[in-house]
Design a protein around this ligand. Structure first.
Ligand SMILES: [Zn+2]
Length: 508
């Protein structure tokens, strides 16, 4: 009896486990098919195509130009083959992996997923109903280039390469140096003579090998091209690696999820790659039926260096002496000019330039009204918005998003200008104390304690004596002793100075 029960039970167990194995195998097969499907789809996504002759090229390592016709190359997706796509996982860069070229390794420092702020105070300034700032300063190294660094370093790990080379005038070098440091890759950076000091400090502290070459980044790029050919190092220069456009297009994906599609997307242009990336991102979503409109792209450049704007206005010509304090966009011969123009023209957008003065004023208003310290290059977007509103190019009911690419702490040019202003403000205060002393003395002679008291004791007595001493040395006052007290008396020269001050004030 017991034996029979035992045998039956064993059989049951055997049957159950066979069923289990069957079920397990079934799901394993499903998983394999799924993996194959994902792989095939990823392969489809990864096709690298020449933008000129249409030739399909090997996806990796990424190359800058078509070996056949020399045209620019780019990764393309076939929307029909891609089918339904879902973005999953936390709100960050890697959420958009299904639309990125395939990588096995994931190098990450939690890039992307940056906030989109409604800029209410700033929008009131422009009498604009809807203005948002996409705040890329919130990335790991405080700029939008961390997206590119994450994707390229993932690719470098896949390819088992040990050294990356990058020509940069700032943000890309800082980002790449940080990600290379984290993943143990050598980082060789080529910079032009002028780079923002904050960005250079980042490259140095992340231990990149830094080589200075050329007046502007254009020359550095040529050097990086040659050096990569010679050494076989991984080419991570943004203009020479099409993965960068893929990485930066995720900004559009995020905006689409956070807000939808704005009427205008304003972006500053150096090489022009970012304007194109954003446009590409929105277009892919459009082709995949995820959005049903496209934004107009407004590309901004600094007046002192505006080759893309010039080309847009068909007043093309080489920039003789490129100059702007927005060093991040100081590019004389932008390699991605055609791509940027394509984005601007096909979106029915606009290209315009703003002066350095307008850029700095915008930088201050973003900080004062919205609490964001943006670098000059990205502050240009707000300067451009101001212009576009003044010229009624952008309507007050249209929605606008400005891309804030990097932190103002990286661009010490502005910091220096601001601290100079602080110094001159202090100088002004000092000047007004001397002026106040002279005015008191023009009423009647006074002794030191009296002056200090009449100035409402706003500073130490020794500071007052310091001022009196300086005025005395410049012949604006004299002194005499009466009843044991030292009296001060204004001289004719002192009176003339006061009069001059009054004349200047009348002009202000
Ligand atoms: Zn080609």
């Amino acid at each position: 009896m017991l034996r029979t029960w035992y045998i039956v039970h064993i059989k049951k167990i055997a049957y159950a486990s066979r069923l289990k194995v069957f079920v397990h195998m079934f799901f394993l097969h499903v998983k394999i098919y799924e993996a194959m499907f994902i792989f095939m789809r990823a392969t489809l996504l990864s096709s690298l195509q020449c933008t000129r002759c249409g030739k399909n090229l090997d996806a990796y390592p990424p190359k800058s130009h078509c070996p056949i016709c020399g045209g620019l190359v780019e990764y393309v997706i076939d929307a029909e083959k891609v089918g339904e796509i879902k973005f999953t996982g936390e709100f960050s860069f890697w959420r958009y992996r299904p639309l990125l070229p395939k990588v096995k390794n994931v190098a990450t420092m939690r890039e992307g997923g940056t906030p989109l702020y409604k800029a209410e105070r700033l929008s009131r300034n422009f009498e604009l109903s809807t203005l948002y700032l996409k705040d890329e300063t919130r990335n790991p190294t405080n700029s939008f280039r961390d997206r590119s660094a994450a994707l390229m370093v993932s690719n470098i790990l896949d390819l088992n390469m040990t050294t990356a080379i990058c020509a940069t005038n700032g943000n890309m070098g800082a980002s790449l140096a940080a990600y290379c440091a984290k993943y143990g890759i050598n980082c060789h950076v080529i910079i032009p003579k002028i780079v923002d000091m904050g960005k250079l400090a980042q490259m140095l502290v992340y231990d990149a090998i830094i080589e200075e070459h050329g007046e502007t980044v254009d020359e550095s790029i040529r050097r990086a091209e040659l050096l990569a050919e010679e050494t076989g190092w991984y080419q991570a220069t943004p203009e020479l690696n099409p993965l960068v456009i893929e990485a930066q297009k995720t900004i559009a994906f995020e905006v689409a999820e956070q807000f939808g599609v704005p009427d205008w997307f304003i972006v500053s242009m150096g090489s022009g790659g970012t304007a194109y990336s954003v446009w590409k991102g929105f277009n892919e979503l459009y082709d995949l039926n995820k959005i049903n409109a496209l934004p107009k792209i407004l590309g901004v450049q600094a007046e002192g260096c505006s080759p893309i704007v010039d080309a847009y206005l068909t007043a093309e010509g080489d920039i003789e002496k490129p100059s702007t304090h927005a060093i991040g966009i100081l590019v004389a011969k932008p390699l991605q000019k055609e791509l940027a123009l394509n984005a601007i023209k096909s979106s029915k957008g606009l290209a315009l330039s703003v002066s350095d003065q307008e850029i700095f004023a915008a930088e201050q208003s973003i900080a004062r009204l919205e609490g964001i310290f943006a670098e000059p290059a990205s502050s240009g977007t707000i300067a451009a918005l101001k212009k576009a509103r003044e010229e009624s190019i952008i309507d007050k009911d249209e929605s606008v998003i400005c891309l804030i690419t990097g932190s103002g702490l990286k661009a010490t040019d502005v910091l220096q200008a601001l601290s100079k202003k602080r110094k001159s403000a202090m100088l002004g205060a000092e000047f007004s104390t001397k002026e106040k002393i002279l005015r008191l003395l023009s009423e009647r002679d006074r002794y030191g304690y009296e002056i200090w008291k009449d100035l409402r004791k706003t500073m130490t007595r020794s500071a007052i004596y310091q001022h009196l001493n300086e005025l005395y040395n410049r012949g604006m006052l004299t002194s005499y002793i009466e009843e044991g007290k030292k009296y001060f008396k204004i001289t004719d020269r002192g009176k003339r100075v006061l009069k001059a001050i009054d004349e200047v004030k009348a002009l202000l």
